[in-house]
Design a protein around this ligand. Sequence first.
Ligand SMILES: Cc1cc2nc3c(=O)[nH]c(=O)nc-3n(C[C@H](O)[C@H](O)[C@H](O)COP(=O)(O)OP(=O)(O)OC[C@H]3O[C@@H](n4cnc5c(N)ncnc54)[C@H](O)[C@@H]3O)c2cc1C
Length: 580
Amino acid sequence: MTPFTPPTADQLLAIRINAGIDELAQTERFQHAEPDLVEAIVAGVGQFAAGEFAPLNRKGDLEGAKLENGVVRLPEGFEAAYHAYVEQGWNAIASPAAHGGQGLPFTLACNVLENLGAANMAFTLLPMLSVGAIEALEHHGSKDQQAMYLPNLVSGKWSGTMNLTEPAAGSDVGALRSTAEPIEDGEHAGKYRITGQKIYITWGEHDLAENIIHLVLARLPGAPEGSRGISLFVVPKYHVNADGSLGPKNDLRCVSLEHKLGINASPTCVMSYGDNGECIGELVGQPNKGLAAMFTMMNNARINVGNQGAQIAERATQQALAYARDRVQSARAGSPDKNPVAIIEHPDVRRMILRMKALTEGVRALLYYCAGQVDRGNLGDEAAKARGEIVVPMLKAWGTDVGVEVSGLGIQIHGGMGFVEETGAAQHWRDSRIAPIYEGTNGIQAADLVTRKLGLEGGEALVTLFETIAREADEEFALSALARDCANVARWMRDDASLDDRLAGSVPFCTMASVAVAGWQLMKQAQAVAAGAAPELAATKPVTVRFFLDRIVPEAAGLKAGATAGADLLYALPAEALVG
Ligand SMILES: Cc1cc2nc3c(=O)[nH]c(=O)nc-3n(C[C@H](O)[C@H](O)[C@H](O)COP(=O)(O)OP(=O)(O)OC[C@H]3O[C@@H](n4cnc5c(N)ncnc54)[C@H](O)[C@@H]3O)c2cc1C
Protein backbone atom coordinates (compact mmCIF):
# COMPACT_ATOMS: atom_id res chain seq x y z
CA MET A 1 0.00 0.00 0.00
CA THR A 2 1.37 3.44 -0.90
CA PRO A 3 1.81 6.04 1.85
CA PHE A 4 -0.90 8.66 2.24
CA THR A 5 -0.13 12.17 1.01
CA PRO A 6 -2.68 14.64 2.35
CA PRO A 7 -4.35 16.61 -0.48
CA THR A 8 -3.83 19.84 1.46
CA ALA A 9 -4.02 22.30 -1.46
CA ASP A 10 -7.29 20.89 -2.78
CA GLN A 11 -8.80 20.74 0.70
CA LEU A 12 -7.86 24.36 1.38
CA LEU A 13 -9.37 25.41 -1.94
CA ALA A 14 -12.64 23.62 -1.11
CA ILE A 15 -12.68 25.07 2.40
CA ARG A 16 -12.22 28.58 1.02
CA ILE A 17 -14.39 28.45 -2.08
CA ASN A 18 -17.10 25.91 -1.29
CA ALA A 19 -17.42 26.33 2.49
CA GLY A 20 -16.58 30.06 2.36
CA ILE A 21 -14.39 29.97 5.46
CA ASP A 22 -13.28 33.60 5.13
CA GLU A 23 -16.88 34.75 5.42
CA LEU A 24 -17.42 32.48 8.44
CA ALA A 25 -14.35 33.98 10.11
CA GLN A 26 -15.99 37.40 9.94
CA THR A 27 -18.65 36.33 12.41
CA GLU A 28 -18.06 36.68 16.13
CA ARG A 29 -18.59 32.99 16.81
CA PHE A 30 -16.01 31.83 14.27
CA GLN A 31 -13.63 34.78 14.45
CA HIS A 32 -10.69 32.48 15.27
CA ALA A 33 -11.00 30.64 11.94
CA GLU A 34 -8.56 33.00 10.28
CA PRO A 35 -6.52 31.90 7.27
CA ASP A 36 -3.33 31.18 9.27
CA LEU A 37 -5.13 28.97 11.74
CA VAL A 38 -7.10 27.19 9.00
CA GLU A 39 -3.91 26.44 7.09
CA ALA A 40 -2.18 25.24 10.25
CA ILE A 41 -5.06 22.89 11.07
CA VAL A 42 -5.39 21.45 7.55
CA ALA A 43 -1.64 20.95 7.12
CA GLY A 44 -1.18 19.78 10.72
CA VAL A 45 -3.90 17.15 10.76
CA GLY A 46 -2.85 15.97 7.30
CA GLN A 47 0.66 15.40 8.57
CA PHE A 48 -0.60 13.72 11.72
CA ALA A 49 -2.88 11.40 9.74
CA ALA A 50 -0.11 10.47 7.32
CA GLY A 51 2.39 9.86 10.09
CA GLU A 52 0.30 8.15 12.76
CA PHE A 53 -2.90 6.68 11.27
CA ALA A 54 -1.87 5.70 7.72
CA PRO A 55 0.89 3.25 8.71
CA LEU A 56 -1.70 1.26 10.69
CA ASN A 57 -4.19 0.91 7.84
CA ARG A 58 -2.84 -2.30 6.32
CA LYS A 59 -2.01 -3.82 9.68
CA GLY A 60 -5.54 -3.10 10.88
CA ASP A 61 -6.96 -4.82 7.82
CA LEU A 62 -4.78 -7.91 8.12
CA GLU A 63 -4.94 -8.41 11.88
CA GLY A 64 -8.33 -6.82 12.62
CA ALA A 65 -10.01 -6.25 15.96
CA LYS A 66 -10.23 -9.33 18.21
CA LEU A 67 -12.50 -10.19 21.13
CA GLU A 68 -10.52 -11.80 23.96
CA ASN A 69 -12.24 -12.59 27.28
CA GLY A 70 -14.86 -9.92 26.72
CA VAL A 71 -12.32 -7.23 25.79
CA VAL A 72 -11.73 -6.05 22.24
CA ARG A 73 -8.05 -5.78 21.33
CA LEU A 74 -6.64 -3.77 18.46
CA PRO A 75 -3.35 -4.45 16.70
CA GLU A 76 -0.22 -2.98 18.20
CA GLY A 77 0.16 0.72 17.48
CA PHE A 78 -3.53 1.69 17.62
CA GLU A 79 -3.47 2.62 21.29
CA ALA A 80 -0.41 4.86 20.97
CA ALA A 81 -1.82 6.54 17.85
CA TYR A 82 -5.17 7.18 19.56
CA HIS A 83 -3.46 8.67 22.59
CA ALA A 84 -1.36 10.93 20.36
CA TYR A 85 -4.57 12.02 18.60
CA VAL A 86 -6.17 12.91 21.92
CA GLU A 87 -3.08 14.65 23.28
CA GLN A 88 -2.77 16.83 20.20
CA GLY A 89 -6.35 18.01 20.65
CA TRP A 90 -7.71 16.95 17.24
CA ASN A 91 -10.89 15.51 18.80
CA ALA A 92 -11.97 18.86 20.21
CA ILE A 93 -11.94 21.09 17.12
CA ALA A 94 -15.62 21.93 16.69
CA SER A 95 -17.05 21.22 20.15
CA PRO A 96 -18.15 24.17 22.28
CA ALA A 97 -15.52 25.88 24.39
CA ALA A 98 -17.78 25.46 27.44
CA HIS A 99 -17.02 21.72 27.37
CA GLY A 100 -13.34 21.99 26.53
CA GLY A 101 -13.69 22.23 22.75
CA GLN A 102 -12.14 24.81 20.47
CA GLY A 103 -15.48 26.09 19.12
CA LEU A 104 -14.24 26.19 15.52
CA PRO A 105 -16.52 25.69 12.48
CA PHE A 106 -17.89 22.22 11.67
CA THR A 107 -16.11 22.66 8.32
CA LEU A 108 -12.77 22.20 10.06
CA ALA A 109 -13.96 19.15 12.01
CA CYS A 110 -14.87 17.69 8.59
CA ASN A 111 -11.31 18.27 7.49
CA VAL A 112 -9.92 16.48 10.53
CA LEU A 113 -12.08 13.46 9.72
CA GLU A 114 -11.29 13.68 6.01
CA ASN A 115 -7.56 13.39 6.64
CA LEU A 116 -7.77 10.77 9.35
CA GLY A 117 -10.25 8.68 7.37
CA ALA A 118 -8.25 8.80 4.15
CA ALA A 119 -5.29 7.57 6.17
CA ASN A 120 -7.26 4.89 8.00
CA MET A 121 -11.02 4.67 7.55
CA ALA A 122 -11.66 1.87 10.05
CA PHE A 123 -9.74 3.60 12.86
CA THR A 124 -11.40 6.96 12.20
CA LEU A 125 -14.81 5.48 12.95
CA LEU A 126 -13.79 5.66 16.62
CA PRO A 127 -13.67 9.49 16.81
CA MET A 128 -16.48 9.74 14.27
CA LEU A 129 -18.94 7.82 16.46
CA SER A 130 -17.89 9.85 19.50
CA VAL A 131 -19.07 12.97 17.65
CA GLY A 132 -22.59 11.54 17.56
CA ALA A 133 -22.59 10.97 21.32
CA ILE A 134 -21.21 14.48 21.95
CA GLU A 135 -23.94 16.05 19.83
CA ALA A 136 -26.69 13.99 21.47
CA LEU A 137 -25.64 15.17 24.93
CA GLU A 138 -24.88 18.72 23.82
CA HIS A 139 -28.37 19.20 22.39
CA HIS A 140 -30.51 17.00 24.62
CA GLY A 141 -28.57 16.16 27.79
CA SER A 142 -29.29 17.80 31.15
CA LYS A 143 -26.72 20.20 32.62
CA ASP A 144 -25.56 17.42 34.97
CA GLN A 145 -25.21 14.92 32.13
CA GLN A 146 -23.26 17.43 30.09
CA ALA A 147 -20.93 18.17 32.99
CA MET A 148 -20.43 14.48 33.70
CA TYR A 149 -19.80 13.22 30.18
CA LEU A 150 -18.91 15.99 27.75
CA PRO A 151 -15.44 17.14 28.83
CA ASN A 152 -13.95 13.63 28.54
CA LEU A 153 -15.87 12.86 25.32
CA VAL A 154 -14.74 16.15 23.80
CA SER A 155 -11.09 15.54 24.68
CA GLY A 156 -11.32 11.95 23.42
CA LYS A 157 -10.32 10.43 26.77
CA TRP A 158 -13.67 8.62 26.60
CA SER A 159 -15.33 7.48 23.39
CA GLY A 160 -18.99 7.27 22.39
CA THR A 161 -21.26 4.92 20.47
CA MET A 162 -24.69 5.06 18.86
CA ASN A 163 -26.97 2.08 19.55
CA LEU A 164 -29.99 2.02 17.25
CA THR A 165 -29.91 -1.24 15.35
CA GLU A 166 -31.40 -4.53 16.57
CA PRO A 167 -31.93 -7.81 14.71
CA ALA A 168 -35.50 -6.85 13.71
CA ALA A 169 -34.90 -3.08 13.56
CA GLY A 170 -32.58 -1.89 10.78
CA SER A 171 -33.86 0.79 8.40
CA ASP A 172 -37.08 0.59 10.43
CA VAL A 173 -35.63 1.84 13.73
CA GLY A 174 -39.18 2.12 15.09
CA ALA A 175 -39.35 -1.67 15.35
CA LEU A 176 -36.76 -1.83 18.14
CA ARG A 177 -37.62 -3.80 21.31
CA SER A 178 -34.96 -2.92 23.93
CA THR A 179 -36.58 -1.77 27.15
CA ALA A 180 -35.95 0.73 29.94
CA GLU A 181 -37.63 0.21 33.34
CA PRO A 182 -37.72 3.17 35.75
CA ILE A 183 -35.90 2.55 39.05
CA GLU A 184 -37.90 3.83 42.00
CA ASP A 185 -35.60 3.18 44.99
CA GLY A 186 -32.01 2.69 46.01
CA GLU A 187 -28.76 4.14 44.81
CA HIS A 188 -29.98 4.39 41.17
CA ALA A 189 -33.41 5.87 41.91
CA GLY A 190 -34.54 8.09 39.02
CA LYS A 191 -32.48 6.11 36.51
CA TYR A 192 -33.49 3.18 34.30
CA ARG A 193 -32.73 -0.53 33.96
CA ILE A 194 -31.84 -1.16 30.32
CA THR A 195 -32.37 -4.59 28.75
CA GLY A 196 -31.85 -5.69 25.18
CA GLN A 197 -29.51 -6.65 22.41
CA LYS A 198 -28.05 -4.23 19.87
CA ILE A 199 -26.23 -5.35 16.76
CA TYR A 200 -23.58 -3.79 14.50
CA ILE A 201 -22.41 -1.34 17.15
CA THR A 202 -19.32 0.42 15.83
CA TRP A 203 -16.47 0.54 18.37
CA GLY A 204 -18.98 -0.78 20.94
CA GLU A 205 -16.14 -2.26 22.97
CA HIS A 206 -12.38 -1.58 23.04
CA ASP A 207 -9.72 -0.49 25.48
CA LEU A 208 -8.23 2.55 23.73
CA ALA A 209 -10.38 4.96 25.73
CA GLU A 210 -10.86 4.85 29.51
CA ASN A 211 -14.64 4.70 29.31
CA ILE A 212 -17.23 4.16 26.58
CA ILE A 213 -20.40 6.23 26.67
CA HIS A 214 -23.17 4.36 24.88
CA LEU A 215 -26.19 6.27 23.56
CA VAL A 216 -28.95 3.66 23.47
CA LEU A 217 -32.48 3.77 22.06
CA ALA A 218 -35.03 1.80 24.10
CA ARG A 219 -38.73 1.72 25.03
CA LEU A 220 -40.28 2.84 28.31
CA PRO A 221 -43.11 0.70 29.78
CA GLY A 222 -46.36 1.36 27.93
CA ALA A 223 -44.65 3.44 25.23
CA PRO A 224 -46.58 3.78 21.95
CA GLU A 225 -45.66 1.33 19.20
CA GLY A 226 -43.27 2.42 16.45
CA SER A 227 -40.98 5.41 16.30
CA ARG A 228 -43.22 7.53 18.58
CA GLY A 229 -42.40 5.26 21.53
CA ILE A 230 -38.61 5.41 21.53
CA SER A 231 -36.50 7.12 24.19
CA LEU A 232 -32.79 7.88 24.33
CA PHE A 233 -30.53 6.77 27.20
CA VAL A 234 -26.93 7.36 28.15
CA VAL A 235 -25.35 4.13 29.36
CA PRO A 236 -21.68 4.25 30.42
CA LYS A 237 -19.45 1.19 30.28
CA TYR A 238 -18.12 2.17 33.70
CA HIS A 239 -20.32 4.05 36.13
CA VAL A 240 -19.10 7.57 36.78
CA ASN A 241 -18.89 8.71 40.42
CA ALA A 242 -20.04 12.18 41.46
CA ASP A 243 -16.42 13.35 41.59
CA GLY A 244 -15.87 12.22 37.99
CA SER A 245 -13.81 9.13 38.87
CA LEU A 246 -14.75 5.77 37.39
CA GLY A 247 -16.89 3.37 39.40
CA PRO A 248 -17.69 -0.32 38.82
CA LYS A 249 -18.45 -1.76 35.41
CA ASN A 250 -22.03 -1.47 34.20
CA ASP A 251 -23.97 -4.62 33.27
CA LEU A 252 -23.26 -4.58 29.55
CA ARG A 253 -20.95 -6.57 27.33
CA CYS A 254 -19.80 -7.25 23.82
CA VAL A 255 -21.12 -10.70 22.93
CA SER A 256 -19.28 -11.08 19.64
CA LEU A 257 -17.65 -9.23 16.77
CA GLU A 258 -18.98 -9.41 13.23
CA HIS A 259 -16.72 -10.88 10.51
CA LYS A 260 -16.93 -8.36 7.72
CA LEU A 261 -16.03 -7.55 4.13
CA GLY A 262 -13.88 -4.58 5.21
CA ILE A 263 -13.06 -2.00 7.91
CA ASN A 264 -11.59 -4.92 9.86
CA ALA A 265 -9.94 -2.69 12.44
CA SER A 266 -13.31 -1.22 13.41
CA PRO A 267 -14.90 -3.58 15.95
CA THR A 268 -18.54 -4.09 14.92
CA CYS A 269 -20.09 -5.41 18.10
CA VAL A 270 -23.13 -7.35 19.13
CA MET A 271 -23.88 -5.68 22.48
CA SER A 272 -25.94 -7.14 25.28
CA TYR A 273 -27.42 -4.80 27.89
CA GLY A 274 -28.68 -6.05 31.25
CA ASP A 275 -27.84 -9.79 31.18
CA ASN A 276 -28.02 -9.63 35.00
CA GLY A 277 -30.81 -7.08 35.19
CA GLU A 278 -28.40 -4.41 36.39
CA CYS A 279 -27.59 -2.27 33.36
CA ILE A 280 -28.17 1.30 34.51
CA GLY A 281 -28.85 4.20 32.16
CA GLU A 282 -30.16 7.74 32.35
CA LEU A 283 -32.87 9.23 30.16
CA VAL A 284 -31.57 11.87 27.74
CA GLY A 285 -34.19 14.48 26.81
CA GLN A 286 -37.91 13.78 26.93
CA PRO A 287 -39.59 10.35 27.20
CA ASN A 288 -40.65 8.97 23.78
CA LYS A 289 -38.74 11.69 21.94
CA GLY A 290 -35.58 9.64 21.41
CA LEU A 291 -35.86 9.39 17.67
CA ALA A 292 -36.37 13.13 17.31
CA ALA A 293 -33.24 13.63 19.44
CA MET A 294 -31.35 11.26 17.16
CA PHE A 295 -32.50 13.22 14.11
CA THR A 296 -30.77 16.40 15.29
CA MET A 297 -27.42 14.64 15.08
CA MET A 298 -28.18 12.44 12.09
CA ASN A 299 -27.60 15.33 9.71
CA ASN A 300 -23.99 15.69 10.75
CA ALA A 301 -23.49 11.94 11.06
CA ARG A 302 -24.64 11.55 7.46
CA ILE A 303 -22.24 14.26 6.36
CA ASN A 304 -19.46 12.39 8.13
CA VAL A 305 -20.33 9.21 6.24
CA GLY A 306 -20.51 11.11 2.93
CA ASN A 307 -17.07 12.40 3.88
CA GLN A 308 -15.91 8.77 3.90
CA GLY A 309 -16.66 8.66 0.17
CA ALA A 310 -14.14 11.45 -0.39
CA GLN A 311 -11.67 9.78 1.97
CA ILE A 312 -11.59 6.37 0.37
CA ALA A 313 -11.70 7.84 -3.15
CA GLU A 314 -8.66 9.99 -2.38
CA ARG A 315 -6.71 7.08 -0.95
CA ALA A 316 -7.63 4.72 -3.82
CA THR A 317 -6.70 7.37 -6.39
CA GLN A 318 -3.28 7.94 -4.84
CA GLN A 319 -2.67 4.19 -4.78
CA ALA A 320 -3.76 3.77 -8.43
CA LEU A 321 -1.69 6.71 -9.63
CA ALA A 322 1.46 5.31 -8.06
CA TYR A 323 0.85 1.91 -9.64
CA ALA A 324 -0.05 3.28 -13.07
CA ARG A 325 3.20 5.26 -13.22
CA ASP A 326 5.22 2.23 -12.22
CA ARG A 327 3.69 -0.68 -14.11
CA VAL A 328 5.07 -1.05 -17.65
CA GLN A 329 3.01 -2.80 -20.32
CA SER A 330 2.95 -2.48 -24.13
CA ALA A 331 4.06 0.35 -26.37
CA ARG A 332 1.76 3.32 -26.72
CA ALA A 333 -0.70 2.51 -29.58
CA GLY A 334 0.24 4.34 -32.77
CA SER A 335 3.62 5.47 -31.45
CA PRO A 336 6.72 4.96 -33.57
CA ASP A 337 8.55 4.08 -30.36
CA LYS A 338 7.89 0.36 -29.82
CA ASN A 339 9.28 0.28 -26.28
CA PRO A 340 6.72 -0.59 -23.60
CA VAL A 341 5.50 2.33 -21.53
CA ALA A 342 4.02 2.85 -18.07
CA ILE A 343 0.31 2.00 -18.24
CA ILE A 344 -0.61 5.58 -17.34
CA GLU A 345 0.35 6.46 -20.94
CA HIS A 346 -2.51 4.36 -22.40
CA PRO A 347 -5.68 6.32 -23.14
CA ASP A 348 -8.04 4.06 -21.21
CA VAL A 349 -5.88 4.15 -18.06
CA ARG A 350 -5.71 7.95 -18.40
CA ARG A 351 -9.50 7.97 -18.61
CA MET A 352 -9.80 5.96 -15.41
CA ILE A 353 -7.26 8.10 -13.54
CA LEU A 354 -8.93 11.34 -14.58
CA ARG A 355 -12.33 9.96 -13.70
CA MET A 356 -11.05 9.01 -10.26
CA LYS A 357 -9.54 12.45 -9.71
CA ALA A 358 -12.57 14.36 -11.02
CA LEU A 359 -15.05 12.33 -8.94
CA THR A 360 -12.92 12.62 -5.80
CA GLU A 361 -12.62 16.38 -6.16
CA GLY A 362 -16.35 16.59 -6.91
CA VAL A 363 -17.30 14.82 -3.67
CA ARG A 364 -14.84 17.02 -1.76
CA ALA A 365 -16.39 20.17 -3.25
CA LEU A 366 -19.87 18.94 -2.29
CA LEU A 367 -18.68 17.98 1.20
CA TYR A 368 -17.32 21.43 2.01
CA TYR A 369 -20.24 23.19 0.38
CA CYS A 370 -22.53 21.19 2.65
CA ALA A 371 -20.35 21.82 5.74
CA GLY A 372 -20.33 25.57 5.04
CA GLN A 373 -24.13 25.57 4.89
CA VAL A 374 -24.30 23.73 8.22
CA ASP A 375 -22.00 26.34 9.80
CA ARG A 376 -24.19 29.15 8.46
CA GLY A 377 -27.27 27.32 9.72
CA ASN A 378 -25.66 27.15 13.18
CA LEU A 379 -25.18 30.91 13.00
CA GLY A 380 -28.94 31.32 12.50
CA ASP A 381 -29.15 31.52 8.69
CA GLU A 382 -32.37 29.58 8.04
CA ALA A 383 -31.99 29.44 4.24
CA ALA A 384 -28.50 27.96 4.59
CA LYS A 385 -29.85 25.46 7.12
CA ALA A 386 -32.48 24.30 4.63
CA ARG A 387 -29.89 24.18 1.82
CA GLY A 388 -27.62 22.08 4.05
CA GLU A 389 -30.47 19.69 4.80
CA ILE A 390 -31.21 19.26 1.12
CA VAL A 391 -27.63 18.54 0.23
CA VAL A 392 -27.01 16.01 3.05
CA PRO A 393 -28.74 13.00 1.40
CA MET A 394 -26.95 13.84 -1.87
CA LEU A 395 -23.56 13.89 -0.18
CA LYS A 396 -24.24 10.75 1.82
CA ALA A 397 -25.63 8.73 -1.11
CA TRP A 398 -23.66 9.97 -4.10
CA GLY A 399 -20.48 10.58 -2.10
CA THR A 400 -20.38 7.01 -0.86
CA ASP A 401 -21.37 5.58 -4.25
CA VAL A 402 -18.42 7.49 -5.69
CA GLY A 403 -16.18 5.97 -3.00
CA VAL A 404 -17.16 2.51 -4.22
CA GLU A 405 -16.83 3.41 -7.92
CA VAL A 406 -13.44 5.06 -7.51
CA SER A 407 -11.98 2.30 -5.37
CA GLY A 408 -13.35 -0.21 -7.93
CA LEU A 409 -11.54 1.70 -10.68
CA GLY A 410 -8.45 1.55 -8.48
CA ILE A 411 -8.62 -2.24 -8.60
CA GLN A 412 -9.12 -2.14 -12.37
CA ILE A 413 -6.01 -0.02 -12.84
CA HIS A 414 -3.99 -2.60 -10.90
CA GLY A 415 -5.21 -5.42 -13.19
CA GLY A 416 -4.61 -8.79 -11.52
CA MET A 417 -2.59 -7.09 -8.80
CA GLY A 418 -5.79 -5.31 -7.78
CA PHE A 419 -7.65 -8.58 -7.27
CA VAL A 420 -4.93 -10.10 -5.12
CA GLU A 421 -4.61 -8.53 -1.72
CA GLU A 422 -0.95 -7.58 -1.52
CA THR A 423 -1.10 -4.14 -3.17
CA GLY A 424 -3.84 -2.88 -0.82
CA ALA A 425 -6.07 -1.71 -3.71
CA ALA A 426 -8.60 -4.39 -2.75
CA GLN A 427 -8.74 -3.16 0.84
CA HIS A 428 -9.87 0.29 -0.28
CA TRP A 429 -12.76 -1.23 -2.21
CA ARG A 430 -13.68 -3.59 0.63
CA ASP A 431 -13.57 -0.70 3.11
CA SER A 432 -15.58 1.59 0.83
CA ARG A 433 -18.49 -0.83 0.55
CA ILE A 434 -19.98 -0.20 3.99
CA ALA A 435 -20.54 3.53 3.52
CA PRO A 436 -23.58 3.20 1.18
CA ILE A 437 -25.16 0.90 3.81
CA TYR A 438 -24.84 2.40 7.28
CA GLU A 439 -26.24 5.65 8.67
CA GLY A 440 -29.37 5.09 6.56
CA THR A 441 -28.82 3.12 3.34
CA ASN A 442 -28.44 5.12 0.15
CA GLY A 443 -31.94 4.03 -0.85
CA ILE A 444 -33.24 5.59 2.36
CA GLN A 445 -31.26 8.80 1.61
CA ALA A 446 -32.81 9.07 -1.84
CA ALA A 447 -36.27 8.50 -0.36
CA ASP A 448 -35.58 11.32 2.14
CA LEU A 449 -34.62 13.62 -0.76
CA VAL A 450 -37.87 13.05 -2.69
CA THR A 451 -40.16 13.20 0.35
CA ARG A 452 -39.13 15.35 3.35
CA LYS A 453 -36.48 17.42 1.58
CA LEU A 454 -38.61 17.98 -1.51
CA GLY A 455 -41.25 19.52 0.75
CA LEU A 456 -38.94 22.02 2.49
CA GLU A 457 -39.89 25.70 2.26
CA GLY A 458 -43.27 24.88 0.74
CA GLY A 459 -41.62 22.72 -1.91
CA GLU A 460 -39.52 25.61 -3.23
CA ALA A 461 -36.11 24.97 -1.65
CA LEU A 462 -35.01 22.16 -3.97
CA VAL A 463 -36.33 23.78 -7.14
CA THR A 464 -34.66 27.07 -6.21
CA LEU A 465 -31.33 25.31 -5.79
CA PHE A 466 -31.44 23.93 -9.32
CA GLU A 467 -32.67 27.22 -10.78
CA THR A 468 -29.72 28.97 -9.13
CA ILE A 469 -27.29 26.45 -10.61
CA ALA A 470 -28.83 26.78 -14.09
CA ARG A 471 -28.51 30.56 -13.90
CA GLU A 472 -24.96 30.66 -12.55
CA ALA A 473 -23.78 28.00 -15.00
CA ASP A 474 -25.22 29.72 -18.06
CA GLU A 475 -21.88 29.44 -19.86
CA GLU A 476 -21.55 25.74 -19.05
CA PHE A 477 -24.11 24.26 -21.41
CA ALA A 478 -24.18 20.69 -20.07
CA LEU A 479 -24.32 21.76 -16.43
CA SER A 480 -27.07 24.32 -16.90
CA ALA A 481 -29.08 21.78 -18.95
CA LEU A 482 -28.67 19.19 -16.17
CA ALA A 483 -29.76 21.71 -13.54
CA ARG A 484 -32.87 22.59 -15.58
CA ASP A 485 -33.67 18.89 -15.93
CA CYS A 486 -33.30 18.47 -12.18
CA ALA A 487 -35.63 21.41 -11.54
CA ASN A 488 -38.22 19.91 -13.91
CA VAL A 489 -38.00 16.46 -12.32
CA ALA A 490 -38.32 18.03 -8.86
CA ARG A 491 -41.45 19.96 -9.98
CA TRP A 492 -42.95 16.80 -11.49
CA MET A 493 -42.26 14.83 -8.34
CA ARG A 494 -43.66 17.60 -6.16
CA ASP A 495 -46.80 18.41 -8.17
CA ASP A 496 -47.82 15.37 -10.22
CA ALA A 497 -46.08 12.13 -9.33
CA SER A 498 -47.57 9.55 -6.97
CA LEU A 499 -45.52 8.60 -3.91
CA ASP A 500 -44.69 5.25 -5.57
CA ASP A 501 -43.52 7.04 -8.73
CA ARG A 502 -41.33 9.39 -6.70
CA LEU A 503 -39.74 6.59 -4.72
CA ALA A 504 -39.22 4.51 -7.87
CA GLY A 505 -37.21 7.37 -9.40
CA SER A 506 -35.53 8.53 -6.20
CA VAL A 507 -32.08 6.99 -6.63
CA PRO A 508 -31.47 8.15 -10.25
CA PHE A 509 -32.81 11.58 -9.27
CA CYS A 510 -30.53 11.76 -6.23
CA THR A 511 -27.52 10.99 -8.43
CA MET A 512 -28.50 13.60 -11.06
CA ALA A 513 -29.03 16.20 -8.37
CA SER A 514 -25.73 15.42 -6.64
CA VAL A 515 -23.75 15.66 -9.87
CA ALA A 516 -25.41 19.00 -10.63
CA VAL A 517 -24.50 20.45 -7.22
CA ALA A 518 -20.97 19.02 -7.25
CA GLY A 519 -20.42 20.25 -10.83
CA TRP A 520 -21.59 23.73 -9.81
CA GLN A 521 -19.19 23.81 -6.87
CA LEU A 522 -16.32 22.52 -9.03
CA MET A 523 -17.08 25.24 -11.57
CA LYS A 524 -16.63 27.79 -8.79
CA GLN A 525 -13.31 26.21 -7.86
CA ALA A 526 -12.11 26.40 -11.47
CA GLN A 527 -13.13 30.06 -11.68
CA ALA A 528 -11.27 30.82 -8.45
CA VAL A 529 -8.15 29.01 -9.62
CA ALA A 530 -8.28 30.89 -12.94
CA ALA A 531 -8.33 34.09 -10.87
CA GLY A 532 -5.18 33.01 -9.03
CA ALA A 533 -6.69 31.41 -5.90
CA ALA A 534 -4.45 28.34 -5.71
CA PRO A 535 -1.33 28.53 -7.89
CA GLU A 536 -0.37 24.92 -6.92
CA LEU A 537 -3.57 23.74 -8.66
CA ALA A 538 -3.33 25.98 -11.72
CA ALA A 539 -2.35 23.11 -14.02
CA THR A 540 -4.54 20.30 -12.68
CA LYS A 541 -7.81 21.94 -11.61
CA PRO A 542 -8.93 23.14 -15.07
CA VAL A 543 -8.43 19.60 -16.41
CA THR A 544 -10.26 17.72 -13.67
CA VAL A 545 -13.14 20.20 -13.70
CA ARG A 546 -13.41 19.97 -17.51
CA PHE A 547 -13.49 16.20 -17.23
CA PHE A 548 -16.32 16.43 -14.69
CA LEU A 549 -18.35 18.98 -16.64
CA ASP A 550 -17.85 17.42 -20.08
CA ARG A 551 -18.11 13.73 -19.21
CA ILE A 552 -19.69 13.09 -15.84
CA VAL A 553 -22.38 15.78 -16.06
CA PRO A 554 -23.78 14.49 -19.42
CA GLU A 555 -23.92 10.94 -18.01
CA ALA A 556 -26.04 12.25 -15.13
CA ALA A 557 -28.43 13.89 -17.58
CA GLY A 558 -29.11 10.40 -18.95
CA LEU A 559 -30.59 9.40 -15.60
CA LYS A 560 -33.66 11.56 -16.21
CA ALA A 561 -35.40 8.65 -17.97
CA GLY A 562 -35.08 6.46 -14.89
CA ALA A 563 -36.01 9.28 -12.53
CA THR A 564 -39.31 9.93 -14.29
CA ALA A 565 -40.26 6.43 -15.50
CA GLY A 566 -42.59 5.80 -12.56
CA ALA A 567 -43.31 2.64 -10.62
CA ASP A 568 -45.69 0.71 -12.92
CA LEU A 569 -43.05 -1.47 -14.58
CA LEU A 570 -41.45 -2.28 -11.23
CA TYR A 571 -44.76 -3.81 -10.12
CA ALA A 572 -45.71 -5.37 -13.47
CA LEU A 573 -44.85 -8.76 -11.96
CA PRO A 574 -45.76 -9.99 -8.47
CA ALA A 575 -42.73 -10.73 -6.25
CA GLU A 576 -43.08 -14.50 -6.70
CA ALA A 577 -43.01 -14.20 -10.51
CA LEU A 578 -39.59 -12.48 -10.33
CA VAL A 579 -38.13 -15.73 -9.05
CA GLY A 580 -39.04 -17.66 -12.22
C1 LIG B 1 -20.18 -2.31 9.71
C2 LIG B 1 -21.46 -1.76 10.23
C3 LIG B 1 -21.43 -0.78 11.21
C4 LIG B 1 -22.63 -0.29 11.74
N1 LIG B 1 -22.59 0.60 12.80
C5 LIG B 1 -23.75 0.88 13.46
C6 LIG B 1 -23.74 1.60 14.70
O1 LIG B 1 -22.68 2.01 15.18
N2 LIG B 1 -24.91 1.80 15.35
C7 LIG B 1 -26.11 1.35 14.86
O2 LIG B 1 -27.12 1.57 15.49
N3 LIG B 1 -26.15 0.68 13.67
C8 LIG B 1 -25.02 0.43 12.97
N4 LIG B 1 -25.05 -0.28 11.79
C9 LIG B 1 -26.34 -0.69 11.27
C10 LIG B 1 -26.70 0.02 9.97
O3 LIG B 1 -27.04 1.36 10.22
C11 LIG B 1 -27.82 -0.79 9.29
O4 LIG B 1 -27.19 -1.96 8.78
C12 LIG B 1 -28.51 -0.03 8.19
O5 LIG B 1 -29.28 1.01 8.75
C13 LIG B 1 -29.44 -0.91 7.35
O6 LIG B 1 -30.25 -1.72 8.15
P1 LIG B 1 -30.30 -3.30 7.86
O7 LIG B 1 -28.90 -3.81 7.80
O8 LIG B 1 -31.22 -3.93 8.82
O9 LIG B 1 -30.88 -3.41 6.39
P2 LIG B 1 -32.44 -3.42 6.01
O10 LIG B 1 -33.15 -2.33 6.70
O11 LIG B 1 -32.96 -4.81 6.16
O12 LIG B 1 -32.35 -3.05 4.46
C14 LIG B 1 -32.04 -4.01 3.44
C15 LIG B 1 -32.29 -3.36 2.07
O13 LIG B 1 -33.67 -2.97 1.95
C16 LIG B 1 -33.77 -1.57 1.68
N5 LIG B 1 -34.92 -1.04 2.41
C17 LIG B 1 -35.29 -1.29 3.68
N6 LIG B 1 -36.37 -0.58 4.00
C18 LIG B 1 -36.70 0.14 2.91
C19 LIG B 1 -37.72 1.09 2.61
N7 LIG B 1 -38.64 1.46 3.50
N8 LIG B 1 -37.72 1.65 1.38
C20 LIG B 1 -36.80 1.33 0.46
N9 LIG B 1 -35.81 0.43 0.69
C21 LIG B 1 -35.76 -0.15 1.90
C22 LIG B 1 -32.47 -0.97 2.15
O14 LIG B 1 -32.16 0.25 1.47
C23 LIG B 1 -31.47 -2.07 1.85
O15 LIG B 1 -31.06 -1.99 0.51
C24 LIG B 1 -23.86 -0.74 11.22
C25 LIG B 1 -23.88 -1.69 10.20
C26 LIG B 1 -22.71 -2.22 9.72
C27 LIG B 1 -22.77 -3.30 8.68
